[in-house]
Design a protein around this ligand. Structure first.
Ligand code: GLU
Length: 381
């Protein structure tokens, strides 16, 4: 983690044309009074400025649950049944969109509501459909406003949080920048609430394993929770060649300051090479339905020799999956090292694991493929 490197920020950001902006509930609904209309109005003004400059913006907005709870005169989500949170989201989402309608139309701008679940992006056909719709909205100059479809989202199909969703949206719409508007200035060297020597990190050139580990305990890295999911999101969008910036969404004018080249927030630089879209989808978007434990020889063939996974390398099958679904490849120690789409179901794989490819037909009565995961459907993590 470096704090300063020389960088022409103005030229970096002037080249960013399609931008995903994620705004959190703590920014939009900072108190128990619910949505802060002034703040939403300022956000609409700042985004409209970007559109006036010829850029395209997709907004990922939280705030539905917070707004719904206020309407129900409830304050805390802790210990609350999932169905009540989902009901609050349903109540709050329409109020949230109403405020965006109002504030964007003051600038002559149109908005569209898009609600997604992880399932929608995990399914390649639905992913591509959502992509087409979003591209069409952008072609018409509309600002898509995306939120998780909380009403139907249960744990298994949840994005987890909107940071994670926004990272997937970068890939979905092929954006070239992600801006996360948070309630803190950015990433700190240590928790600023616990240590007065904490410094804001201006640039992160590379996300190291140390940072991942430190962020595992959000409290030790920064004053608010959620830094871990932001770092994971930065890794995800960085692999897609897009920088990510965390800005304080409670302060006015931060977006303009960023595009003017001022050193604000924390900038995560992307990886130099952009991962292919389908491989990125396999690595970061699709949900894994199971695991295959791979022996040392199989791991070596996949990681260092660019080979496909054959039945002989599989020592154990975990979970239940169908042909075409995604699995995580783990080594004997349980360490995940790859993800890929399988050519055999878990039931068939259970029967052919450890065998030579020449034995597949005699066991299954057919041999559809030599490989369990073809190289083209495999991503090394
Ligand atoms: N979808 C939730 C909401 O609109 C927010 C989830 C999050 O902020 O991560 O209230």
């Amino acid at each position: 983690m470096k704090k300063t490197i020389t960088l022409d920020r103005k030229s970096l950001f002037s080249k960013r044309h399609r931008i995903v902006i994620k705004v959190g509930s703590a920014v939009l609904a900072p108190s128990e009074k619910g949505l802060d209309e002034n703040r939403i109005g300022r956000l609409a003004a700042e985004i409209s400025d970007l559109l006036d400059q010829g850029r395209e913006v997709v907004l990922v907005s939280s705030g539905a649950i917070a707004a719904g709870l206020t309407k129900l005169n409830l304050t805390k989500t802790k210990g609350m049944p999932l169905s009540l949170k989902q009901a609050a989201a349903a109540i709050g989402q329409s109020g949230l969109m109403w405020m965006y309608e109002k504030t964007f139309s003051a600038h002559g701008r149109k908005v569209a509501q898009v609600l997604l679940t992880r399932e929608d992006l995990s399914n390649r056909t639905r992913f591509l459909n959502a992509r087409n719709t979003l591209h069409t909205l952008l072609d018409y100059g509309v600002v898509p406003i995306i939120n998780e479809n909380d009403t139907v989202s249960v744990d298994e199909i949840k994005f987890g949080d909107n940071d994670s969703l926004s990272g997937m949206v970068v890939h979905l719409v092929d954006a070239d920048l992600l801006v996360i508007l948070s309630d803190v200035d950015g990433l700190y060297t240590v928790d600023p609430k616990l240590d007065s020597s904490a410094e804001l990190v201006s640039i992160v050139e590379k996300i190291t394993a140390d940072m991942d580990r430190a962020a595992g305990d959000a409290q030790t890295l920064v004053g608010t929770g959620g830094m871990r999911s932001k770092i994971m999101t930065a890794r995800k969008v960085g692999a897609y060649g897009a920088p990510m910036v965390i800005l304080n969404g409670k302060k006015t004018g931060m977006i303009q300051a960023l595009f003017a080249g001022r050193e604000v927030g924390t900038l995560f630089l992307p990886r130099p090479e952009k991962q292919d879209s389908r491989k990125h989808w396999i690595a970061y978007t699709v949900r894994a339905s199971g695991k295959v434990v791979v022996d040392d020889g199989g791991r070596e063939a996949l990681v260092n020799k660019g080979k496909s996974l054959l039945p002989g390398g599989v020592v154990k099958v975990e979970g239940s999956f169908k042909v075409g679904e995604c699995v995580t490849c783990v080594d004997r120690a349980g360490q995940a090292f790859a993800r890929g789409l399988v050519k055999y179901s878990s039931t068939d794989l259970e029967r052919i694991k450890g065998l030579r490819t020449t034995q597949i037909a005699s066991i299954l009565g057919r041999k559809d493929y030599d490989e369990v995961i073809h190289r083209d459907d495999l991503v090394i993590l």
